[in-house]
Structure formats: structure tokens, C-alpha cells
Design a protein around this ligand. Structure first.
Ligand code: BGC
Ligand code: BGC
Length: 752
């Protein structure tokens, strides 16, 4: 921990005083509008900007990895070192610092994080002429996941399965509180990319395959993250990765994507638009290329789409080292100086250049000096960065209170994490064995993920690729723990091998087989075989042969092709459910929670199926193999009770459609049902998915109860890119006949 290692020469002490920024700071008192919290942000920005040198401005356009501030100034672990801080924060005027996945203080506690960030901030404020605070960023993609003691929430794919925006908002608030308590005011989340290819290593980081669902959930999460709930500065969320990142051509992370403009505008961009409309303050750029152009060098993407058409006004940050990769990987620039000019001119405001602040700033300076980048463009980018810092309140509240950090993070919101994991669990199949009786005498829990915290938590947990072997484990309830707690009176046997499970099965009320996959992130998590392994299938086969009821619990990062495992008596998809995942699964297994999760993706039947999504366009061949034929379709999910919908009607005015219907719980148990509302067009000017999700109702009903519900949607949601094969047309809502589809019912309406 930094504070314990204060002794060494050159090592900074971190007894940070709560010095608030005073107007004095070396400038003529009374004249600095920018230090006046009552002045408008616009005036503050302009006042500060005119005082800054070109070097100081350029420093605001770079974000450096925290590893450059400690140890050997080159990512070796250790306490902050004065000479490293000087090089980055003082000499290069760097305006932002980040933790890459896993970058943490030596003693990875919330308090140590807060002390580290205060110390960095203090150094920055004391060593820059104008006292501009730095902003610290990290990936809090499922809670404050770099911190060992933090509550890990389910990864986004599981949250997509909840179809619950209100819950997403609460989860956003929770992440925001945890991050801010440790001095992190920029969260690189949520992911707004939509799931397209189960081979892709980041599939689990998405909210699912539907642009509308993903957009609604992401927007709710942003509202939560950016809400102001305590006395620290505020936090900015990030819409990432803009855009088209999730469709790499061969399923491998960052391989080139080919995306027709129609697909780009109608399928890829809407989830980003939803977040822009929700006020997200930053956007992170897609590391890949689209149609032969790296997005980091695309004016079309970063100006025409992002700014002009979509109206985004905040900060565009590059992804990891991506300006340099224009040279090293994409090979569209001969050298780094040219690459920086390309990317800054295309519209990237800040470079996540993790390693070399001085190199970046000197090259950008040279670009300005020789006219390759205009001063106007620098001012535009710096205005955005300064506005972000003013809006968040960092000038007034640059520090946090380390004494409060542990309390705000350790054990926080465990109940919310459990609720999220339970709501995201999808009951795929049930022949009646579930829920298991709480009076069970013996339960066998088996499968390689039954008691494996690392697999349950997945990538981006403690480290980039997941909890390393030599790290303490985040406090986590596995399925084994959850089952033991749910039926304290039963004998719960952990069978560590198929043979042991078979031997124990005799006399068991049920065998629960928990299957998962190796944790990972990005490229290392890609797979060419998104299917259960032969060993996993054999494990299920072996216990099924005993004739005892078998429940397969899938804790996977994607919908794996199941093969013979699909024959189990019951199947539950729990995704990567986080710290409370085991308890949540047990809640569903024993009926304490009646499952309401719905697939946010299509579940492929065979390895030949992917890439498979429910919004595939109609084809001209009518044979069965050409149709959408997943094992389980988008939106699928069973309950322990039964529901019906009826009486669907629809009305439209100039801008809005309202769909009304009655939902009834026709079974014997209370439950929550998600009812998707789709729209179809009997005839459309260009190919249109047979069903497009425009909204949904999430309704809680007691046994026998029914309710009339209303789901409204904006007619603008029906817009599609018209025009010919060149996709040159605009997005328009076609006039004419439509149908709203709810369950088995259709209600016609006309757009005039
Ligand atoms: C990822 C981003 C992440 C960044 C910082 C990149 O490799 O693509 O999603 O925010 O690293 O960790
Ligand atoms: C970092 C990640 C980053 C990745 C990019 C890793 O070393 O920890 O945050 O996303 O590199 O390749």
C-alpha cells in the first residue's frame, strides 16, 4: 500500500490534505472566471482556454496508464514515484490517467485506490500552473471490478437477460458510487455494441443482439452512473466502442468488419444514439476498421455520423494505443506523427496512449507547428475535455475521502447483485423437475464450474483476463455455496468428477451440473468453437444415464452450442452472474425466485448456425435451413407459472404508437413476465426484419391476476435507411401498413 511505503527516497507521501482549490494559485486574484464555480461552464472553459499555452492544451488530449507513475515508471508495481509523476503530469502536462484492466495499487483495497488517486491529483494540482485537475478512468464494467473486495455484478449479457431498465439504472448508481469513492470519475462502461457473433471474445460484454434492447438498458445504466447521489464530484460513463466493433469479420477481436451503411445506421448505431440521448458525456472509439477504414481515422464515422447526424457533444477518447496502431497494425499511416494527425483530424479528442506521454505530446505539437493539425482543432478538443472536467465538478472537488472508501465498496449492494443475477437467469427448458423441492434430502452438485470463482466471475475481474491464479479471490458465492445455503437440511454433495457424480447420484433428488468456460477478455477470449466441449457433454450424459433428474446450469460467456446436454431435464442460463451468482441460481433452482429472464440473444442449435440473430433479413429461399431456426429464439424464457396475453390493440398519432393488451397469470404462482412488442411491415421499400422490437412490458402478477398494460413507442423507431444498394439514402419512416405483434396476436396500424 502506498501509505505504508512512504519512507523510500523519491517516493511520495500520500497524507493528502483536503486542500480545496483556491482562486489564488499564482494568478492575479479576482480575475479568473474559470475558478468561479458560479460562472457558467461555457465562460469558465473560454476563460481557462485563453490562459493556456499550446503545450498545456495538448497535454489535455492525452491519457496515460497509471503504470507510468509508479515503480520504474514503466508498469512495474510499486508506490508512486516523484520522478515518474513529474515526467507525465508536469513535463508533459497530461490531463488524464487510466487503469488498464488490472492496474491497481499494490495493496488492492478501496482505501489504497483513494489514496493513490488523491496523491496523483495532488501532484497534478501542485505542479501545473493553472491547476487543472486530472480525470482518472477505469473499466468498471461489472462493478468496480479491478478492486478485489468490490461486489462483482453480472456481466452485461446477463443484465441484458433481465430486460429491466430500472434495475440497470440502480446498477449504474452502484458502480458510480464505488468508483467515485476511490477517486475514479470516468468509467469506461457500458458497452453499447450489440452481440452478433458467438465466437467473439467480448460477446458477454454486450447487452445482447437487439439494438433497441441494448440501447434502452445502456441508456438507463448511463443515467444511473451519471446521477448525483453524494458529495464527491460526478462521474462520466462511456458509450463504447463507437461503432461496429462487435462484428469482426471472422469472429476474431479487432479483425476488419464489413458493414453496409444500411446495417450500420439501422442496426449498429441506434444503441449509441440511445445513450447520446441519455446524456452520456464520453464515447470510446472502436479499435477496428469498417469497410477498409480504421474508425480512428474515419471522418465519416467521427464527424458525419457521431457529431452531425447523432449530435454527440462530449469527449471522444481513443481506445488503447489506437493512434499508434494506425501505423503498427492497420498500416494506414507511415509513422506515428502522421497517425496522430490523421486521428485528431478525424475527430478523436483524447488519445488513450497508455505508454508515452512525451512522445505523443511532442508529435502532436510538431503537427500543429507544421500545420498538419490546426489550432482550431486543438481548441475544439480541449474545450470538450475542459467542459467535461467542469461539468463533473472536478475543479471544486478534486479529492475523495479515503476514510470512506472501504465502506463504500466492500460488500456494497450485494442484495442488488443477487437480484440482478436472479433476474438475468433464463429458464431455457423445464420438464417439470424445477423448482426443486426445498424438502430435498440429497442434492449432487457437479460440473467444473460448480465451485470455481474465477470461471463464475469471468474476464475483467481483478485483472484483464479474470482473477489471476496468485490473487486472493473476490468474496463470491458459487452455485455449490448457494445450494448449501438454500437447503441447509439436505445433504449437498460436491462431486468433482463425472465418476464421482454418478456414484453419488443414487438416491439424490437431483443432480445439478454447472458448466462454464475459461475466463478471458478480448482476443484471448475468442473461440472458433463456441460449443460445450466433448468432456462437458460427456459429464451431462454420464449423470443422465443414472436416471436421476438432471439440471444443467450454464455459466457461460455466450450461448454455447449444447449438443447432447440439451436433453437434460432442465436447463438454466446464468451467464457470468457475479459475486452473488451462486445464491441467485439457487434462488431459481428452489423456487424462491420465479424466473423471469428472457434471452437477449438467439441460442444457436449447431456450430454452423452462428452468426445468427432474430433480425436477419428475409431471404429468397424458403427451405427450412434458410429460416431463422435457433435452439431457443431471442426473447425465450420460461417461468414456473403460465401467462397469456390478449386483447391487443394499437393506436397511433403523429409521433407515437401505443399498444395495449392484457396480461394474465394463468398459473398457480406469482411471477414476472416480460412481454416483447414487435412491429412488422407486410411490405416495405427495402428488406426489413420480420419483427422489430419496439418496446416491452415487464409485469409482476399474482397467481390468477391480470392487468391491462400499455407500451408506447416512437414512430421514429421504425425508420430505415431507404435508397438503393449504395445505401446512400436517409433514414425514413415508410408510410403505409404495419402490424404490432404481441404474443400470438397482431394489431394493424397505418403510418400516414
Ligand atoms: C478495451 C477497452 C478498455 C480499454 C482500457 C481496451 O483494450 O478495448 O474496452 O476500456 O482497453 O482498459
Ligand atoms: C490492459 C487492458 C487493455 C489491453 C489492450 C492490457 O494490458 O490491461 O486494459 O485493454 O492491454 O490490449
Amino acid at each position: 500500500m502506498f501509505s505504508r511505503k512512504r519512507a523510500g527516497l523519491g517516493v511520495l507521501g500520500v497524507a493528502v490534505l483536503f486542500a480545496s482549490l483556491t482562486p489564488a494559485g499564482g494568478l492575479a486574484a479576482g480575475k479568473e472566471i474559470y475558478v468561479d464555480a458560479r460562472a457558467s461552464t461555457e465562460r469558465r472553459v473560454e476563460d481557462l482556454l485563453r490562459r493556456m499555452t499550446l503545450e498545456e492544451k495538448i497535454g489535455q488530449m492525452v491519457q496515460i496508464r497509471v503504470g507510468k507513475l509508479h515503480g520504474d515508471c514503466n508498469n512495474a508495481n510499486g508506490p508512486l514515484v516523484e520522478s515518474c509523476l513529474k515526467a507525465v503530469l508536469s513535463d508533459a502536462h497530461t490531463g488524464s490517467i487510466l487503469s488498464g484492466g488490472g492496474d491497481a495499487p499494490v495493496d488492492n483495497t478501496p482505501r489504497a485506490w483513494a489514496e493513490m488517486n488523491n496523491a496523483i491529483q495532488r501532484y497534478a494540482l501542485e505542479h501545473n500552473r493553472l491547476k487543472i485537475p486530472i480525470i482518472y478512468g477505469a473499466d468498471g464494467v461489472h462493478g468496480h471490478n479491478n478492486v478485489i473486495s468490490a461486489t462483482m455484478f453480472p456481466h452485461q449479457i446477463g443484465l441484458g437477460a433481465t430486460w429491466n431498465p430500472a434495475l440497470q439504472e440502480q446498477i449504474g448508481v452502484s458502480a458510480s458510487k464505488a468508483l467515485r469513492a476511490t477517486g475514479v470519475f470516468w468509467n469506461f462502461a457500458p458497452v453499447s455494441d450489440i452481440a452478433r457473433d458467438t465466437r467473439w471474445g467480448r460477446y458477454y460484454e454486450t447487452y445482447g443482439e437487439d439494438p433497441f434492447l441494448a440501447g434502452q438498458l445502456a441508456a438507463a445504466n448511463v443515467r444511473g452512473q451519471q446521477s448525483h447521489v453524494d458529495d464527491t464530484a460526478q462521474l462520466t460513463a462511456t458509450a463504447k466502442h463507437f461503432a461496429g466493433y462487435s462484428a469482426p469479420e471472422n469472429g476474431h477481436d479487432r479483425s476488419p468488419a464489413q458493414i453496409p451503411i444500411r446495417q450500420l445506421q439501422d442496426v449498429v448505431l441506434p444503441s449509441f444514439q440511445a445513450q447520446f440521448d441519455a446524456g452520456v458525456r464520453t464515447v470510446m472509439i472502436n479499435s477496428g476498421s469498417i469497410n477498409g477504414v480504421p474508425v480512428h481515422a474515419s471522418k465519416y464515422m467521427l464527424q458525419k455520423q457521431l457529431r452531425e447526424r447523432m449530435g454527440f457533444k462530449g469527449v471522444a477518447v481513443s481506445d488503447w494505443q489506437d493512434m499508434k496502431y494506425l501505423v503498427d497494425r492497420h498500416k494506414v499511416a507511415p509513422d506515428y506523427k502522421t497517425a496522430i494527425a490523421m486521428s485528431v483530424n478525424a475527430g478523436v479528442d483524447m488519445a488513450m496512449e497508455p505508454s508515452n506521454a512525451a512522445e505523443f505530446t511532442s508529435l502532436l505539437l510538431a503537427n500543429v507547428r507544421d500545420g498538419s493539425v490546426s489550432r482550431g482543432r486543438i481548441d475544439q478538443a480541449v474545450r470538450r475535455v475542459l467542459k467535461l472536467k467542469f461539468d463533473l465538478g472536478l475543479f471544486e472537488k478534486p479529492y475523495v475521502d479515503p476514510a470512506k472508501a472501504d465502506g463504500a465498496v466492500v460488500g456494497a449492494d450485494r442484495a442488488l447483485a443477487r437480484q440482478a443475477a436472479a433476474e438475468g437467469t433464463v429458464l431455457l427448458k423445464n420438464d417439470g423437475v424445477l423448482p426443486l423441492p426445498t424438502s430435498a434430502k440429497k442434492i449432487v452438485v457437479t460440473g467444473e464450474t460448480a465451485d470455481d470463482v474465477r470461471r463464475q466471475l469471468g474476464g475483467w475481474t481483478v485483472e484483464w483476463q479474470g482473477v489471476p491464479d496468485d490473487s486472493p479471490l473476490p468474496p463470491t458465492a458459487t452455485v455449490l455455496t448457494g445450494v448449501r445455503e438454500a437447503v441447509p437440511g439436505a445433504s449437498v454433495v460436491h462431486a468433482a468428477s463425472p465418476a464421482a457424480a454418478v456414484a453419488e447420484a443414487a438416491g439424490a433428488d437431483a443432480v445439478v451440473v454447472v458448466l462454464g468456460e475459461k475466463p478471458g477478455a478480448e482476443g484471448p477470449a475468442d473461440t472458433e468453437n463456441p460449443a460445450l466441449t466433448a468432456e462437458q457433454q460427456a459429464w451431462v450424459d454420464a449423470v443422465q444415464a443414472t436416471g436421476r433428474p438432471v439440471v444443467v446450469v450454464l455459466l457461460t460467456a455466450r450461448p454455447q452450442v449444447l449438443g447432447g446436454a440439451a436433453d437434460a431435464n432442465a436447463l438454466l442460463a446464468g451467464w457470468l452472474p457475479g459475486s452473488e451468482g451462486g445464491r441467485a441460481i439457487a434462488d431459481v433452482l428452489f423456487g424462491a425466485v420465479n424466473p423471469s429472464g428472457r434471452l437477449p440473444v438467439s441460442w444457436p442449435r449447431t456450430l454452423g448456425d452462428p452468426t445468427l440473430t432474430y433480425d436477419q433479413l428475409p431471404g429468397a429461399n424458403t427451405s427450412a435451413s434458410a429460416k431463422y431456426d435457433p435452439l431457443y429464439p431471442f426473447g425465450h424464457g420460461l417461468s414456473y407459472t403460465s401467462f397469456t396475453t390478449s386483447g391487443t390493440s394499437v393506436s397511433v398519432d403523429r409521433s407515437t404508437g401505443v399498444v395495449k393488451f392484457t396480461v394474465a397469470n394463468t398459473g398457480g404462482r406469482a411471477g414476472t413476465v416480460v412481454v416483447p412488442v414487435h412491429v412488422r411491415q407486410p411490405a416495405s421499400p427495402v428488406l426489413t426484419p420480420d419483427q422489430r422490437l419496439v418496446g416491452w412490458a415487464r409485469v409482476e402478477l399474482a397467481a390468477g391476476q391480470s392487468k391491462q398494460v400499455e407500451v408506447s413507442f416512437k414512430l421514429a423507431q421504425l425508420a430505415l435507411t431507404v435508397g438503393d444498394v449504395d445505401g446512400d439514402g436517409r433514414r425514413e419512416v415508410a408510410r403505409g401498413a404495419y402490424e404490432a405483434v404481441v404474443g400470438a396476436e397482431k394489431a394493424a396500424f397505418t403510418v400516414r
